[in-house]
Ligand binder design. Structure first.
Ligand code: DQA
Length: 144
């Protein structure tokens, strides 16, 4: 089985992106931590980061055979309506993660168009949020 780990625009440069907000861990660090966390269950991680909404949509459409997903939509949280439609057709639970506490930041980050479809939302815990999301999926996705 595989878990989809989807990261949106500007998350591929983590580690050198506003480290005072997003920290110094790289996306590779995060992907490795998630992979390690789910390895005992025999899950592989399909890690995809794209700068554009269309490519993220393709990644969702191409990975319906995963067991669940962790999604950081980046700024597409604000107006990513077609990403939202793609997630609406993703046939498994998925968890929205934000590194930063979006509610402690600018008002335009206070609402996410994808959140109503998420099984849960984790924000403000940095890279740990991805690991906690993985843990939540481990506990909620039935063993097949
Ligand atoms: C983010 C928060 C978003 O508002 C921002 O546009 C990002 C990163 C986060 O992980 O904290 O790109 O999703």
């Amino acid at each position: 089985s595989s878990l989809l780990l989807l990261n949106g625009p500007n998350l591929g440069i983590l580690g050198r992106r506003q480290p005072e907000i997003y920290g110094t861990a790289t996306l590779a660090d995060i992907e490795a931590a998630v992979a390690k966390r789910v390895a005992d269950r025999g899950w592989q991680v399909v890690a995809v980061q794209r700068e554009s909404e269309g490519e993220l949509i393709h990644a969702i459409q191409d990975n319906y055979d995963t067991v669940g997903a962790i999604v950081n939509p980046g700024a597409l949280m604000i107006a990513g309506w077609s990403l939202r439609d793609a997630l609406a057709n993703y046939p498994h639970p998925w968890i929205e993660v934000h590194l930063s506490n979006v509610w402690a930041r600018e008002a335009f980050r206070h609402e996410s168009v994808v959140s109503p479809l998420a099984a849960g939302v984790i924000a403000g815990l940095g890279p740990l949020g991805y690991e906690l999301a993985a843990e939540a999926l481990l506990r909620t996705v039935p063993t097949s």
